[in-house]
Write a protein that binds this ligand. Structure first.
Ligand code: 6PG
Length: 250
């Protein structure tokens, strides 16, 4: 695993470099295998990145028809709910770029039991990445974009939750007691099988947790983001100065 920590003066510059890296990784994937498989993060941080990718100059720098989009996690709500990650990504990326529906793999959340939604999503991932069941190898995303919560969670892998120890499933429903909700999330076996992982972390409110995650004791139950360690892939931490303000390694 190759790990790089890059610190930028502010979130605007961070997003410009993240957009450039998205395009570079995407172009390399398309050159290597004709298509680009990416799993996107929800939350608020990546919204500006998605808007950037859907605008000049980035929108003309890659063939969007060759990109297949997954979501790293989803809330258990319908797509028109303000909490929906799909809704945020659709408004800021898919619709502006007119991404074909066939290129978008959504969780189909909020309409059935979350376990059924997760199973259905896992099947969609398997069909996309794995030719035959016997193979049962883990899917290899070319890029997974992740955020980090102030509690150190990533995707919907929250501290002290069951999904943290999932070692076989690709996608699960994860009960998050402190939020009194069940979330839907990719699991570490899939995340750590990615060729590239890009964490986007900005804002002073993340500084303390980021210091614990990057420089503290290894406590992955307490700080799940510590468990993101791609087996063979590249791990990029793209930070703004506010989030990185407590780090020693700069
Ligand atoms: C979600 C995200 C989640 C997010 C972090 C950081 O569904 O909320 O996938 O993992 O990346 O909570 O969120 P912010 O970017 O809003 O700080």
């Amino acid at each position: 695993m190759n790990r790089e920590i890059k610190i930028f003066p502010n979130s605007k510059v961070l997003n410009l470099l993240a957009a450039e890296k998205f395009i570079d990784i995407g172009k390399e994937a398309i050159k290597r295998q004709v298509v680009f498989f990416v799993a996107l993060a929800g939350g608020s941080t990546p919204k500006s990145l998605y808007r950037l990718l859907a605008s000049e100059p980035f929108k003309n720098q890659i063939d969007w028809q060759r990109i297949f989009f997954f979501l790293g996690d989803e809330r258990n709500v319908p797509e028109d709910d303000p909490e929906s990650n799909f809704r945020m990504i659709n408004e800021n990326l898919f619709e502006p770029l007119q991404i074909p529906q066939a290129n978008i793999f959504r969780w189909n959340a909020g309409k059935k039991a979350p376990e059924a939604t997760a199973k259905e999503y896992e099947t969609a991932i398997s069909w996309t990445f794995i030719e035959d069941e016997e193979e049962r190898t883990r899917p290899v995303f070319d890029l997974i974009i992740l955020g980090m919560g102030t509690d150190g969670h990533t995707a919907s892998l929250f501290p002290y939750t069951k999904a943290l120890s999932e070692s076989k499933r690709f996608a699960v429903a994860n009960r998050v007691e402190k939020l009194d909700t069940t979330r839907l999330t990719l699991t570490f076996p899939v995340i750590n099988n990615a060729r590239n992982i890009m964490f986007l972390v900005s804002g002073a409110e993340k500084a303390e947790t980021l210091k614990n995650v990057l420089e503290g004791e290894f406590e992955p139950e307490k700080f799940p983001s510590q468990n993101v360690n791609p087996h063979d892939g590249n791990l990029f931490w793209l930070l703004d100065e506010k989030a990185a303000s407590l780090l020693h390694q700069k």
